[in-house]
Design a protein around this ligand. Structure first.
Ligand code: NAP
Length: 329
């Protein structure tokens, strides 16, 4: 393990944002204004960009890029109880899709699976199709349809109050890209934009066709030299014959980013997507000796090499600092 450099921390000041203006027990009505596929190509999965008009509700003008909102699907669960609210990351900028804070959006992947017995008591012979209740409900909605919404929620996965004081490393797996779309629009197209900060966004997906909003991000990178769009394609073979791997493998290889971004006292790191991503990224930061600004590692792990950290140990003994924002599930 390399020695950690002395940290020169520049903690972000986060703005106050509004939360829970609409509670799950009293959802309000939004109306779908558009629903489109947002994947780069034909894929085995289906991800849609869904925009919802929340005019006249407490959500109008109050949500913030990086926050989430709730959707209450109609109907009841297998026990006959009304479905509970599900949270979705907001993919639109703080001013909404319309620039007036009336239309928010999200990035929704259809949950499609086969029944998997979870315990010995479950029917071991079942293999029927299982469709996620809320994701498929949302993805099926048509322009003009009503949808029950709540929120906003979340106060930490947002841009700082002084965005120009920082540079940004955005790390996303799959639909975890949603909040970064909104944040990038705030930074480049918002009232104080375009930002002069350096922004590196790394997007991890299985196949090139799974990339989300790829045309939007390419256009942004073409028009702004300070926005760097990196893609990591886990299941495709690279020119050197190896698989693309995960985001932490990519970061390990991008040595120039270690100095320009990870060692900079301006950098804030945001991770959104699969929970597994946090493990690889945390281990890598610690292994490179660059973890101190982003992680607090408790004494219990002092004598354990980062490569040997287990996911349980990371959950218990590694905490993000104020410079590392996490939204992983
Ligand atoms: P996915 O398609 O299953 O995976 C995206 C990419 O991540 C694939 O390349 C996958 O590789 C890779 N991956 C798998 N395990 C990884 C690991 N341990 N470290 C790094 N990369 C890994 O993603 P998805 O189905 O869109 O799921 C996105 C997840 O993000 C969901 O769990 C969703 O709940 C969560 N999410 C959270 C928020 C939030 O917290 N606000 C917002 C949006 C989404 P392989 O498939 O090749 O293994």
């Amino acid at each position: 393990m390399t020695t950690e450099p002395a940290p020169r921390l520049l903690d972000p000041v986060l703005p106050d944002v509004q939360m829970n203006l609409v509670k799950p027990t009293e959802p309000v009505i939004g109306r779908v204004v558009s629903n489109r596929n947002c994947m780069r190509g034909k894929s085995a999965s289906f991800v849609r960009h869904i925009a919802i008009d929340v005019s006249g509700t407490p959500l109008e003008g109050t949500f913030h890029a990086g926050q989430a909102f709730g959707v209450v699907p109609p109907g009841t669960d297998e026990k006959g109880r009304a479905h509970k609210v599900r949270l979705y990351s907001i993919a639109s900028p703080t001013s909404g899709e319309d620039g007036e804070g009336r239309i928010l959006s999200t990035t929704c992947k259809r949950m499609i699976d086969e029944y998997q017995p979870q315990t010995p008591k479950d029917d071991q012979d079942r293999n029927d199709l299982v469709l996620g209740v809320c994701s498929n409900y949302l993805c099926d909605l048509k322009e003009g349809d009503e949808v029950l919404v709540t929120g906003p929620s979340g106060k930490r996965f947002i841009l700082p109050a002084e965005p120009e004081a920082h540079d940004y490393l955005f790390l996303a797996t799959g639909t975890g890209i949603a909040p970064f779309r909104g944040m990038l629009m705030d930074l480049f197209k918002g009232p104080d934009g375009p930002t002069q900060s350096q922004i590196h966004m790394v997007m991890g997906v299985g196949y090139t066709t799974d990339l989300l909003y790829d045309d939007e991000f390419r256009e942004l990178a073409e028009n702004h030299a300070n926005f760097h769009y990196h893609t990591v394609i886990s299941r495709e073979i690279q020119p050197d014959g190896t698989k693309g791997g995960y985001i932490h493998h990519y970061l390990d290889r991008q040595v120039q980013l270690h100095e320009s971004m990870l060692q900079s006292d301006r950098t804030l790191m945001y991770l959104c997507g699969l929970a597994g991503m946090q493990i690889g990224v945390f281990q890598l930061l610690a292994k490179l000796g660059l973890g101190t600004p982003y992680l607090k590692v408790k004494d219990e792990l002092a004598d354990v090499l980062p490569d040997d950290w287990t996911s349980q140990q990371i959950k218990r003994f590694v905490r993000p600092t104020h410079r590392c924002m996490l939204e992983v599930y």
